[in-house]
Design a protein around this ligand. Structure first.
Ligand code: FMN
Length: 153
């Protein structure tokens, strides 16, 4: 069975973490999804045994997490021959921030991007209870799992 490890940063409402956990459960028996939170100073595990590497975070001011961006920048050479998937959750659920992050590595390595709505209470949105409330939900998690299974074929 193929294996992917997803390095992620998720702090606003842990939306991205929830998406990945649900995705991993729904991939069971088809693809092994290991998750690894990128925190300051923690050592990233050996990635060599994985068929693909994922990067995932919320979108903050139009960008993926600075921790994810810094990791990609520092490891550009090592990532060159790998299969890479991107995931993000955001208020607007678009792929722009992921495309910017992917710009640091060769196109050929990027096997796909998955954008998902995520509950956002940043700034004035807090006053109305936030946007994209109740996301990610079960349907989002299933879509993420379908994306992973297809990309790993
Ligand atoms: C400081 C901050 C900035 C944000 N900027 C954006 C943005 O530029 N575009 C967007 O669509 N969502 C934006 N959001 C919403 C988050 O991307 C969304 O809530 C995401 O699911 C958070 O992921 P997390 O819970 O995994 O951290 C922002 C949220 C915060 C807290």
């Amino acid at each position: 069975m193929k294996k992917i490890i997803v390095l992620y940063d998720s702090w606003h409402h842990h939306n991205t973490e929830k998406l990945l956990q649900g995705c991993g459960e729904k991939c069971q028996g088809k693809v092994t999804v290991d998750l690894y939170p990128l925190h300051d100073g923690n050592a990233v595990p050996d990635l060599s045994s994985y068929d693909a590497i994922g990067f995932a975070s919320g979108v903050y001011a139009g960008r993926m997490s600075e921790k994810i961006l810094a990791y990609i920048k520092e490891n550009q050479t090592a990532l060159t021959d790998r299969s890479i998937l991107f995931f993000s959750t955001s208020g607007f659920a678009n792929t722009k921030a992921m495309k910017n992050a992917a710009g640091m590595i060769p196109d050929s390595t990027v096997k796909g991007m998955f954008a998902c709505p995520g509950w956002n209470t940043f700034g004035p949105f807090k006053l109305i209870g936030g946007t994209s409330k109740n996301h990610p939900n079960e349907t989002d998690m299933q879509k993420a799992a379908d994306f992973v299974i297809e990309a790993m074929k």
